[in-house]
Ligand binder design. Structure first.
Ligand SMILES: Nc1nc2c(ncn2[C@@H]2O[C@H](COP(=O)(O)OP(=O)(O)OP(=O)(O)O)[C@@H](O)[C@H]2O)c(=O)[nH]1
Ligand SMILES: [Mg+2]
Length: 316
């Protein structure tokens, strides 16, 4: 633990945005992990809210409206926008930034985009450390907006306290086609763009699909919003609080904490292992004239390069 690290951590605990930004960059780049502090951090009752849904459903507009409602209730809010690090989505992300720009200078709102580097289209592997750091910085709600592609929405649903699946009325036919797995990640269905025709029929059909023995997430409430006009937002916040309450029941809580432990364990075990390094080793074996056999390679790799030996970026 360096002195510099302690100084950053104490500034983080005071909620200083610049320290928060620096610390997140360190975690994002794998330079520091702040585990020595996170191990001692007091338990926090902050809520992590995942916001997922198809492109253009209005997730960022909804985040903007939620920030407004939560700030008005006196809370400090952090927002993480998952950047898929692909040029395909960079336009959309620029749009996000513009939509939330009202909040950039607000003293109780911290907004940050986060790459999904090194995680195959999922969340940034340091997402839990980053969330816990934000909790230590005193944010009561951490909103994580994912893009509706890849692994990130499935991962955030496992790790968040509650997950909003944002749909739009036009998704009527899509719902039939959406993979069951995607519908099942919802703790709360948000039917946004309720100003569009067909919203009520869509909501009725969706409610019919939800319930014990029915295909999708039993119990998940359906909330109707118009994010642009900020309609339905207080009701959404109530639904979030109720869902949060349900998740504090022991069985649900232990499952959630087990998901987080599993995610972190996997990360720790994979430390120091990357595909380029594997390709290099395989290439060297090939040039020595060896045949590649997956099982011999893995066995040999595990025997000679266990994470604890090959780890280089560990700063504890
Ligand atoms: N009519 C109507 N338009 C909305 C509503 N909410 C959002 N929009 C519009 O829908 C468009 C997409 O909104 P975003 O908030 O960027 O959607 P998103 O889901 O974040 O999009 P990606 O991040 O690109 O996946 C924008 O033009 C919004 O103004 C709504 O409730 N009603
Ligand atoms: Mg967006």
């Amino acid at each position: 633990m360096t002195e510099n690290e302690s100084a950053i951590w104490s500034a983080v605990q005071k909620g200083e945005f610049r320290a928060v930004a620096r610390a997140i960059s360190y975690i994002e780049n794998g330079v520091r992990d702040f585990h020595s502090f996170l191990k001692k951090a007091p338990a926090s009752s902050a809520t992590i809210i995942g916001i997922t849904g198809p492109p253009g459903a209005g997730k960022s507009t909804l985040v903007d409206a939620l920030i407004g409602e939560l700030v008005a209730r006196g809370h400090r809010i952090a927002v993480l926008c998952i950047d898929p690090s692909s040029s395909f989505h960079s336009g959309a992300l620029l749009g996000d930034r513009i939509r939330m720009s009202d909040w950039y200078d607000h003293p109780n709102v911290y907004i940050r985009s986060l790459s999904s580097r090194g995680s195959m289209g999922g969340l940034h592997p340091g997402i839990l450390e980053i969330s816990d750091l934000l909790k230590a910085a005193g944010f009561a709600y951490i909103l994580v907006e994912t893009v509706g592609v890849g692994q990130s929405e499935v991962e955030i649903a496992a790790l968040a306290d509650t997950t909003l699946l944002v749909l739009v009325p036009e998704a009527g036919d899509e719902i039939q086609m959406m993979k069951a797995g995607v519908m099942e990640i919802a703790s709360i269905f948000v039917v946004n763009k309720a100003d569009r025709p067909g919203a009520d029929i869509f909501i009725r059909n969706l409610r019919r699909s939800i319930g014990p023995g029915l295909p999708y997430a039993p119990q998940a409430p359906v909330i109707k919003t118009n994010a642009l006009l900020k309609e339905g937002i207080p009701g959404l916040v109530e639904a979030i609080e109720m869902d949060r309450g349900r998740r504090q029941e022991p069985a649900a809580l232990y499952r959630l904490l087990a998901e987080r432990a599993w995610y972190q364990l996997r990360k720790e075990r994979m430390k120091g292992i990357n595909k380029q390094e594997l390709a290099d080793k395989i290439g060297r074996a090939y040039s020595n004239g060896e045949d590649f056999n997956l099982y011999r390679f893995v066995e040999n790799y595990q025997a000679n390069y266990s994470p604890s030996r090959s780890s280089t970026s560990d700063n504890r």
